[in-house]
Ligand binder design. Structure first.
Ligand code: MN
Length: 279
C-alpha cells in the first residue's frame, strides 16, 4: 500500500476582500480550485467544482473517475451560471490529484484546467508537473516568450482554459509513480506569484511536517505581498510498498560498484522518469 500524509492552508491574502479559493484534502483525493467572477460568483464556482469532483471520484475512484470529476465540475459550474443571471461568467481553475490503482500499481493521477499548479519535490528538486492555461504560458510553450517575459506579462491573469464558461472543457491528465519521500504541492497562483520556485523548494527541504509546510508557504506569500488568495496543499508519500528500494536496487545492481546509490538512482531505470501524459 502507498501511504500519504497531507496538510493544507488557505488565506484571503492582504488585498482581496474575500477568499474565492477552495481546496480538498481527503485521504486519497486532493484539489485546489481558484474561483473568479464578480460578487459571490468566484466562491460559488470553486465550491461547486470541488463538491462535484468529490462526488464523482467518490463513485468511481479511478484515474478516469478523476478526469470525469473535472468534467462534471465544469458542467456543475456552467449549469449554475445558466440558472442564475447574477452568476453568469463565473468560473474556476481546478488542479486535482488522486491516489489510484492502475494495472495493479498505485499511481498518482493528476488533472488540471487553468493556472493552479502541482509541483513534485523529489530528491531535493522541485518540478512543475502541470502546464498553466494562461496567455503568457501558452506563448512561452510556443517559444514566443522567454520565461522572464512570461513572468511579467501584462496578461498573466488571463486564462485560456477554465471551468464553467462553456458546457465542455479539455482536461490535461498526467500520472506520476509515487516514491517514498516524494512531496507534492498543489497551489493557487496566489502562492507562486509571490514565492518563487527556490522559495517553495526551500520550505520543502526545511519543514518535514506537511501541515506546517503548507502554513509556512502561505505565510511567505503574505510576506511577499499577498496580492491574491493563497491556497496550498502539501501531500507527502510516506510509504511506497518498497518501490523506491526496488528501483534503487535494480539500478545499483547494474551500476559500477564505485558509484554511490545517489548517483545510481539517476540511471536509465531510475525513479527519475518524468510525469507521463496518459490521455
Ligand atoms: Mn488566484
Amino acid at each position: 500500500m502507498t501511504s500519504l500524509r497531507c496538510g493544507a492552508a488557505t488565506d484571503v491574502g492582504l488585498v482581496r476582500p474575500n477568499n474565492q479559493d477552495d481546496y480538498l484534502a481527503d485521504e486519497t483525493l486532493f484539489a485546489v480550485a481558484d474561483g473568479m467572477g464578480g460578487a459571490a460568483g468566484g466562491e460559488i464556482a470553486s465550491r461547486t467544482a470541488v463538491a462535484a469532483l468529490k462526488a464523482t471520484f467518490g463513485a468511481d475512484p479511478t484515474a478516469n473517475g478523476l478526469a470525469d470529476g473535472v468534467r462534471n465540475a465544469n458542467r456543475a459550474v456552467w449549469d449554475k451560471a445558466q440558472e442564475r443571471p447574477d452568476l453568469r461568467g463565473m468560473g474556476t481553475t481546478m488542479t486535482a490529484m488522486a491516489l489510484v490503482e492502475d494495472r495493479s500499481e498505485d499511481v498518482l493521477a493528476v488533472v488540471n484546467v487553468g493556472d493552479s499548479r502541482v509541483y513534485l519535490f523529489r530528491d531535493g528538486v522541485l518540478d512543475q508537473l502541470t502546464d498553466d492555461h494562461s496567455v503568457p504560458e501558452e506563448l512561452l510553450r510556443a517559444g514566443r516568450l522567454t520565461p522572464a517575459e512570461a513572468a511579467r506579462h501584462p496578461q498573466r491573469n488571463v486564462l485560456t482554459r477554465v471551468l464553467g464558461v462553456d458546457d465542455e472543457v479539455e482536461v490535461d491528465c498526467f500520472r506520476v509513480t509515487p516514491y517514498k519521500g516524494d512531496r507534492l504541492v498543489l497551489a493557487s497562483d496566489g502562492l507562486y506569484n509571490e514565492v518563487d520556485e527556490e522559495g517553495i523548494a526551500s520550505v520543502m527541504r526545511r519543514e518535514a511536517d506537511p501541515e506546517a509546510a503548507a502554513r509556512q508557504l502561505v505565510e511567505q506569500a503574505r510576506a511577499g505581498g499577498g496580492a491574491d488568495n493563497i491556497t496550498v496543499v502539501v501531500v507527502d508519500v510516506v510509504d511506497d510498498d518498497d518501490r523506491s528500494a526496488r528501483a534503487s536496487a535494480t539500478v545499483a545492481a547494474a551500476a559500477m560498484p564505485s558509484r554511490s546509490s545517489a548517483e545510481a538512482r539517476t540511471g536509465p531505470t531510475s525513479r527519475d522518469e518524468p510525469a507521463r501524459a496518459w490521455t
